[in-house]
Design a protein around this ligand. Structure first.
Ligand SMILES: C[S@@+](CC[C@H](N)C(=O)[O-])C[C@H]1O[C@@H](n2cnc3c(N)ncnc32)[C@H](O)[C@@H]1O
Length: 243
């Protein structure tokens, strides 16, 4: 399905359906626990006492890691169940709100965060311009945005799309989250669309990481290790608030 801006845009909340299964599985699976999270954590240095927004917190794995390192965390997610899981996990050590990243984050003040972390969430948003402007607004001068997303080449190849340069809706079906496959919808877009959205919002790209799986992944999930070692799957971008 191609992108049609004339159609009414209804945000998805697909994770609400399999929130518990997602949180349980991603505690120790190959792609999150031994590939994406270690790579993201390795970029996040110097977070003690930093004000961090976890945008798309899911069950709170990132928020917990951050509060355990004395960061001052606000976590948001569109899914009510995910918000509950993160609240339980943080035990009042951070603030957790239900919020849709497609909408202005009016409850967050200008320049009130040092870092925005958004793990594997932005591809659920059709338009990145507004959310990136909001991240820019709430970040302090020189503040950092660290996010991960599907690698544009992976989505293009895996779904055998005809036009790499299109931004388009993908509807996928994931097994392993219960008795029946779950429906997941997201948007793929070319690398140039990601970079343009970031720079138009006032960010400067500091680092691009194409993660590799960890040694533990090799021991626990040898087949996934082989795949993730040789093919791009996720992409990580560190950007800084410019002028
Ligand atoms: C793949 S999960 C994030 C994984 C998580 N950061 C982790 O590893 O712990 C994606 C999350 O984005 C949330 N999400 C999707 N669309 C959203 C939106 N429009 N606003 C806020 N959260 C959204 C989902 O509910 C889900 O919890």
């Amino acid at each position: 399905m191609s992108l049609d801006h004339k159609q009414e845009y209804i945000p998805f909340n697909d994770y609400e359906v399999f929130a518990e299964a997602y949180v349980t599985r991603t505690e120790s699976n190959s792609h999150n626990a031994y590939y994406e999270r270690p790579a993201m954590f390795s970029v996040l240095s110097d977070i003690k006492f930093k004000r961090v927004l976890d945008a798309g917190c899911a069950g709170g794995a990132y928020s917990e890691w951050l509060v355990n390192r004395n960061a001052d965390v606000v976590a948001i997610d569109i899914s009510k169940k995910m918000v509950q899981f993160t609240k339980q996990r943080l035990k009042n050590k951070g603030q957790v709100y239900q919020a849709d990243l497609n909408k202005p984050l009016t409850f967050l003040n200008n320049s009130s965060f040092d870092i925005v972390v958004s793990s594997l969430t932005l591809h659920y948003l059709r338009d990145w311009e507004d959310v990136l402007k909001e991240f820019h607004r709430i970040l302090s001068p020189q503040g950092l945005l660290l996010f991960s997303t599907h690698h544009p080449f992976m989505d293009f190849q895996f779904f055998e799309k005809a036009d790499y340069f299109a931004t388009e809706l993908i509807e996928d079906s994931w097994g392993g989250f219960g008795d029946t496959p779950v429906r997941v919808r997201f948007y793929r877009r070319p690398l140039s669309a990601m970079i343009t959205a970031l720079t138009s919002a006032g960010f400067v790209i500091k680092q691009i990481v194409e993660p590799r799986p960890t040694h533990e992944c090799k021991q626990l999930y040898p087949q996934d290790y082989e795949k993730l070692s040789t093919k791009p799957w996720f992409l990580i971008i560190l950007a800084q608030k410019g002028s």
